[in-house]
Design a protein around this ligand. Structure first.
Ligand code: SAM
Length: 282
């Protein structure tokens, strides 16, 4: 098997296939040999475990996942990479590559079909242009998965893993904390990728709760409130919610007071319970 851990091998493969990187698809491939084994191991992949990988690229992380998991299904949007993966993964009979946009896939159906009787985890070096939409899809689709381990830009990692109610938190922090316990695993320097991005990255793991934090009758409403509160994060929660949702200030003011929330506070100061209370009363 061609190990993809050295830059010479990677360059050789890319040039044989005449591959050039697509910036639009967030193609920054890992060339640091120590990252993938660590990431695969920390993802929970192992015996009896099936893994969904999003964006395998030329298969550097996929090889590590295939070596330790029962089965890997890798979803890659770029059809130019399919023959490359055919070569780099040819030693494994426990992998399936699907040439699709992950945002358009029914992942519940995929899990049901491909991973019967297995625990399932997600592990991916995510394309940065859709980090939040992919994470939110994985969470909101209520998939029967144990954890999501992803490489994201460092800034996004810090935002996601911030404590709710602190300055670093944002709408994504609240959303992620509703479904999971996020954990910052380790940092990865920009030089670990080809081409090197402008910023460093980090690997995070979202440990999925068996049940979400609250029972919500209308989760859409909850997330609408969260997004509205953070839409103008420098403004008070009163101003941000009323202008984002087009509601009278006096109505929102009363609602916030009834929810036990100071209307002059900023969204970043609110707790999960505050958002829950507002969304049930609104
Ligand atoms: N896993 C490889 C690595 O670590 O070297 C590649 C990671 S690269 C940051 C992101 C990968 O996601 C690329 O291969 C890109 O083509 C793929 N990708 C981008 N958008 C996608 C989408 N919507 N669905 C599936 N794959 C996508």
């Amino acid at each position: 098997m061609k190990k993809l851990s050295d830059i010479g091998t990677i360059k050789d493969i890319l040039s044989r296939y005449g591959f050039n990187f697509s910036k639009g698809l967030g193609q920054n491939f890992l060339i640091n040999p120590s990252v993938c084994p660590r990431m695969a191991e920390m993802s929970g992949a192992g015996e009896g475990v099936g893994v969904i990988e999003i964006g395998p690229g030329i298969g550097v992380l996929t090889q590590e996942l295939c070596s330790i998991a029962d089965k890997v299904v890798a979803v890659e949007i770029d059809k130019r990479l399919i023959p490359v993966l055919g070569e780099t993964l040819s030693d494994f009979d426990n992998v399936k590559v699907i040439n699709r946009d992950v945002m358009e896939l029914d992942l519940n159906a995929l899990i049901e079909k491909e991973f019967k009787g297995m625990k399932v985890v997600v592990c991916a070096n995510l394309p940065y242009y859709i980090t939040s939409p992919v994470i939110m899809k994985l969470l909101e689709d209520n998939l029967p998965i144990e954890a999501i381990t992803v490489m994201v830009q460092k800034e996004a990692a810090l935002r996601i893993c911030a404590e709710v109610g602190t300055r670093q938190s944002g709408a994504v922090t609240v959303a992620v904390n509703f479904y999971s316990k996020p954990e910052l695993l380790f940092g990865v320097s920009a030089g670990s990728f080809m081409p090197a991005p402008k910023v460093d990255s980090a690997v995070i793991r979202l440990n999925i709760y068996k049940e979400p934090l609250f029972k919500l009758d209308d989760s859409k409403k909850f997330f609408t409130v969260v997004r509205a509160a953070f839409a103008q994060r420098r403004k008070t929660v009163l101003n941000s919610i009323s202008s984002s949702l087009g509601l009278e200030k006096s109505v929102v003011n009363e609602l916030l007071l009834k929810s036990g929330v100071n209307p002059q506070a900023r969204a970043e100061k609110l707790s999960m319970e505050d958002f829950y209370n507002i969304s049930t009363l609104i």
